[in-house]
Design a protein around this ligand. Structure first.
Ligand code: FAD
Ligand code: EPU
Length: 349
């Protein structure tokens, strides 16, 4: 008998409880784990796969499963990291879709590469990083993306998309706009050799000072970000959650100025466009009294108003019902619509 890893495995009626960080107890009609993505076109053509709807999951840290999944859940298990080339000014790194994101950040630092340090401890896979253009502490992954390799289901062909083609924005991309069209099998990152550390986001410098760091290197920034995140966000292994449940709303400057007349303490941040500003959804939700609120097992984290939590047996539908109440109250108090950040599976917002 061969000990070689199978190229793929298919499990019928599979639980997704460990495959989503809300730990919602949902199931999939079948779960397809693919170790060798070059086989993707063949596997997708199998009759019992081709005939069912397809949902790709990484670690399920940005999904709300509002129902059982009637079709096939595809998980990429290719977890190789390779250095493709060292150049005078950058190193090109390739990560398979199944690579753990935080593991990749730590690997890059251990290999003397910098750039990703502000993105430490974000849960999920490398393959999902481009989907919502993950960002934290003043950095977004699009800065480093050289190529996204994907199977384009609509065209029926392999594509290698550069950052421009990916149409990245704040928590946004081509992939988010056209869900399920592109199955991302690997990403290639360009990590610069001359890198200026990004220390501007509130709390980073203070955290490093408290750690006694005077001349920070990239690993110090990662440690500061990790410490801040551990304090601010609940650990999904302890309390089910999907990070920020709502995106921070981006509004025209004139509307923001009117809001500030009524709510002068509302935190306002720059947006990608000069004539718009990003507002803190957490602040508005807290001002509506939701922080730490609980209805059965669905609740709002006591330490961060933007994070919905599952205290145990909440269903996706219960979490969604709570999210709808929260957004309705923010709309009523501030006149500002807020939208979910995670993908809703089995429901529409
Ligand atoms: P999943 O949740 O499994 O999937 C998310 C979406 O991507 C789905 O639409 C899915 O279909 C699609 N997808 C996944 N893999 C692929 C693929 N290979 N090809 C095509 N489509 C795919 N996000 C941030 O940006 N910044 C943060 O600071 C941050 N903090 C978080 C903190 C916590 C505690 C948690 C739980 C989440 C946080 N998130 C944050 C959200 C989450 O970590 C990211 O969105 C992450 O990229 C999701 O990765 P995943 O592998 O879990 O994707
Ligand atoms: N705030 C409150 N109440 C709270 C929490 C925060 O009023 O309970 C206010 C404070 O004024 C605070 C401000 O909101 O200064 C900003 O808070 P934080 O720094 O935690 O950032 P955020 O806007 O809530 C965003 C991302 C996070 C990312 C952090 C750090 C979105 C939707 N969320 O959160 O990403 O980690 O910045 O960069 O953009 C995620 O996407 O899942 C996620 C966790």
């Amino acid at each position: 008998m061969s000990n070689a890893m199978p190229a793929w495995t298919l499990t019928e009626n599979a639980s997704l409880k460990a495959l989503n960080t809300f730990h919602v107890d949902a199931s999939a009609a079948q779960l397809l784990e693919l170790h060798d993505p070059s086989l993707l076109p063949d596997v997708l053509a199998l009759p019992h796969v081709a005939d069912t709807p397809l949902l790709v999951l990484g670690s399920g840290s940005n999904v709300l499963l509002a129902d059982d999944v009637p079709g096939t859940v595809l998980v990429f298990a290719n977890a190789r990291i390779d250095i493709l080339e060292h150049r005078a000014d950058h190193t090109l790194v390739r990560a398979g879709a199944g690579v753990n994101w935080h593991g990749l950040v730590m690997w890059s630092l251990q290999n003397g590469l910098s750039g990703l340090e502000n993105l430490a401890l974000i849960p999920g896979t490398a393959g999902a990083a481009p989907i919502q253009n993950i960002g934290a502490y003043g950095v977004q992954v699009d800065e480093f993306i050289q190529v996204v390799e994907a199977w384009d289901r609509q065209a029926g062909e392999w594509v290698r998309l550069d950052a421009e083609a990916c149409q990245f924005g704040y928590r946004d991309s081509l992939f988010k706009q056209q869900p399920d069209r592109y199955l991302i099998t690997a990403i290639e990152l360009r990590l610069p050799l001359l890198h200026h550390l990004r220390l501007g986001y509130a709390g980073i410098s203070e955290e490093m000072q408290a750690m006694g760091v005077e001349l920070p290197v990239a690993a110090d920034v990662a440690n500061a970000v990790i410490a801040l995140r551990r304090r601010k966000l609940p650990d999904p292994d302890v309390l089910g959650n999907a990070g920020s449940f709502f995106k921070n709303p981006v509004l025209p400057l004139e509307q923001v100025e009117v809001l500030l007349q009524h709510f002068p303490d509302l935190p306002v941040y720059p947006a990608e466009q000069d004539n718009r500003r990003k507002l803190s959804a957490a602040w508005m939700i807290e001002a509506c009294g939701w922080k730490g609120h609980r209805e059965g097992d669905a609740g709002v984290a006591p330490q961060h108003a933007l994070v919905l939590v599952n205290h145990g047996t909440a269903s996706g539908a219960q979490l969604l019902a709570l999210a709808r109440q929260i957004s309705a109250s923010v709309l009523e108090k501030f006149g500002v619509p807020i939208e979910p950040e995670p993908r809703l599976v089995g429901a529409q917002w």
